[in-house]
Each structure stands twice: as C-alpha cells, then as structure tokens.
Design a protein around this ligand. Structure first.
Ligand SMILES: C[S@@+](CC[C@H](N)C(=O)[O-])C[C@H]1O[C@@H](n2cnc3c(N)ncnc32)[C@H](O)[C@@H]1O
Length: 360
C-alpha cells in the first residue's frame, strides 16, 4: 500500500475496513471469496495482515501454550501470511515452515518473522493437488481458518475428503507431535470441528485439548448449542479502530479448536480426579450464577449454594470459559452440580496452559 510507512491515510483506512468486512463475510456462511485466490489481491492481503492476522496470532499464542512440550520442527499448512507460524516461532520452535498456494502471502509472513529475527521457510503448496513438498515429520502442524475453504460443505463428499486430508497431516507428525486446528466460532465451522473430533475419538486418536470427555460430543446432540473457546484479547489501537468502523462487536478471542496427538501416541493419562472443562461464560439463572462444564463423565452444570464461597471453592468467583477444573464432593443431581459444605473446586489448568498428566 502507498502512503507513509507508519500511519494509514484516511482513504487507505476506509479501504482496509471494506476489505476486512469482505474477508470476514467468508466466515459467516456467505462464503463470498471461497474458491478465489484472494491473497493475490494486495488490498485483501494488506487488510488481512492488519486485522485477521493479529487476531489469529493471538489465538495461536494461547493455543500453543496448551502444548505440554515445546515442539522442535513445525509446519503451518494453508498458512497465508502465517500468523500461526509466527506464534510457533515465538513459542520457541527451532525450525518452522509455512506452506500455502499463495507465495506472496507467505513471503509477507516470513518478512514479519524475519523482523523479529525468527526464520520462517516458505514452500508453495496446493494441498488439494500435490503431496507436501517438504521431507520428514513434524512435532507440530497448524492449520488455521482453511477447512471451510478447502472442503466447502456444499460440495458432495466434502467430509470424506476432509477426513482423508486430516489423516494425511496426522501421518506427517512425529510420534510425539500435535496437529492444531483452529476455525471460527460460527455455528457451521464449530460443528465441523466438533464432528471431526467425534470421528477421531471413535477411531481412537488421542485428543490433547480441549475435550476431556471421550464419548460423543454432547454439543452436537442439542440444536443451537455450539461449544467454542474464548480467550482474552489484546486490542492494539488499530484493531479497535477497524472494529469500530466495521461495526465488529468482538471483545474476546472466540474460536473452535482441536489439539490432536499423533495417532501413534497414547491417550492422556489424567489424574484420578473429577476433571471438567468450563465451556460457557457464567450464565445467570433463577438459581444464581451457573457454568456449563464438560468432563470425564460428560456435560454438567455447576452452581453454588452459597453467596460467599467457602475457601476451598473460592475459585468459583473467578472461573473463566476454557479453564480446566477439578471438583470434589459437590452435590450432584441429574447432571447439575452444586457447591456445598465440603466441596473443593480447583483450577487445574488455566486458559492457554497444558493439562498436567500423571507420569508413567
Ligand atoms: C483464511 S486464510 C488462513 C490463513 C492463516 N492460516 C490464518 O490462520 O490466518 C486461508 C488460506 O488457505 C490457503 N489455501 C486455500 N486453498 C488452498 C490450497 N488448495 N492449497 C494451499 N493453500 C490453500 C489460502 O491461500 C489462504 O492463505
């Protein structure tokens, strides 16, 4: 884009806002840019870098924090300008590749990484047509915001094709590797991720996060009941300005995600406690504040008999969607749990932190 290096002119800013809106329409079911190589348009690419890139990078930073180890060799598939590749590098991976059909987008991503002294190698790859042009296996593969574009659900057989692609990526992992999938929190994208999770769980592939429950996803059994993650969002000035002008009402990061272990890895060895993931913000009900949880014994709700929480359950005051908690001695009736005298509630993994496993 033209204009001074550090500030957008009013005309440029307006154009960025228009492009951000068009790019976002892709993810709200309108699919306006599906099938197009939109990053060959410099305006779209520039707008993406100024808005979506910043958000996806923050999402990547939080999600990669949930990995129990720092991966060594990473691959960002359908990377675009590689916000997830940059997040992987900032998490300390030693070697990172980006692969996408659009060279210009990857090169901009590599330039950003380079400015931080972090090398990102780029490889042009049409992942629907060619085998991966990089040898070897990876400790981390990321795939962000690309599945609906690669496998539109309007196309016949999309699910089988998507399954084959995911299996192909899983085969490219080292035995201690992870595949991280991120999509939007919109209903269709959310269902895609939850259904994929069900398929993988059924096939015995270990899920690292967010699901502790190993049965069929309860969210898929109830209509209009999405299950997505939420994280705090940092809002640099330009992001606030773009949101204000584009009428985007988004105050936190919201995304559907899955962290999948290599199919060669064992299942998680979880402590012998009642563990649950908080899957909703606090919901006000006639019984006071409640949360939805999903854990080793399925979907539950949690409330409290107290206005002032006892010390062992004080965490109830501060619970956040995405945290992993253990609950002991709650009063339980038909899926609804209450904090009573003697209940212990502990946060076992904060958002963006790994689950502690029992060493074997
Ligand atoms: C919405 S962007 C996501 C970019 C990045 N992963 C992120 O999280 O911001 C989708 C990317 O998928 C790439 N893509 C779409 N179809 C592809 C294909 N068949 N092979 C490789 N890349 C593809 C596009 O070029 C684009 O960079």
């Amino acid at each position: 884009m033209s204009g001074p290096g550090d500030k957008l002119q009013t005309r440029e800013f307006r154009r960025v806002v228009e492009c951000v809106k068009i790019l976002l329409a892709q993810h709200d079911g309108k699919q306006s840019l599906i099938g197009m190589d939109y990053f060959s348009n410099r305006e779209y690419l520039g707008a993406y870098l100024l808005y979506q890139w910043v958000i996806h990078y923050q999402e990547g930073m939080s999600l990669l924090g949930e990995l129990p180890t720092t991966p060594k060799r990473a691959l960002d598939v359908c990377s675009g300008p590689s916000p997830l590749g940059f997040a992987a590098l900032r998490h300390g991976v030693s070697e990172a590749f980006a692969a996408d059909k659009n060279q210009a987008a990857m090169e901009l991503g590599a330039e950003i990484c380079g400015r931080f002294g972090l090398p990102l190698s780029v490889r042009r790859w049409n992942c629907l047509k060619e085998p991966l042009p990089i040898e070897g296996h990876f400790d981390l593969i990321t795939l962000g915001y690309a599945l609906p574009e690669l496998f539109p659900n309007s196309e016949k057989g999309w699910q089988e094709k998507q399954d084959r692609f995911i299996d192909y990526l899983l085969q490219k992992l080292t035995s201690r590797g992870y595949l991280v999938l991120v999509e939007s929190s919109f209903a269709e994208d959310n269902q895609r991720i939850l259904s994929l999770r069900d398929r993988l769980v059924k096939a015995g592939v270990p899920i690292q996060a967010p699901c502790i429950w190993r049965g069929e996803c309860p969210a898929l059994k109830t209509a209009n009941s999405p299950c997505y993650a939420q994280r705090d969002m940092e809002k640099p000035h330009l992001i606030k300005e773009i949101q204000r002008s584009a009428g985007i009402n988004l105050s936190s990061l919201k995304m559907s995600y899955l962290i999948i272990r290599s199919p060669k890895a064992p299942q998680l060895n979880l402590p012998d406690e009642k563990l649950y993931r908080i899957i909703s913000p606090p919901v006000e009900s006639y019984q006071g504040k409640r949360f939805y949880l999903c854990g080793i014994d399925g979907k539950k709700t949690l409330g409290s008999h107290f206005e002032e929480q006892p010390d062992e359950a004080r965490a109830f005051n501060y619970l956040k969607r995405g945290e992993l908690v253990s609950i002991d001695n709650a009063l339980e009736q038909q899926g609804s749990m209450e904090i009573v005298e003697g209940t212990t509630l502990k946060v076992q993994a904060a958002c963006g932190k790994p689950v502690e496993e029992i060493a074997t």
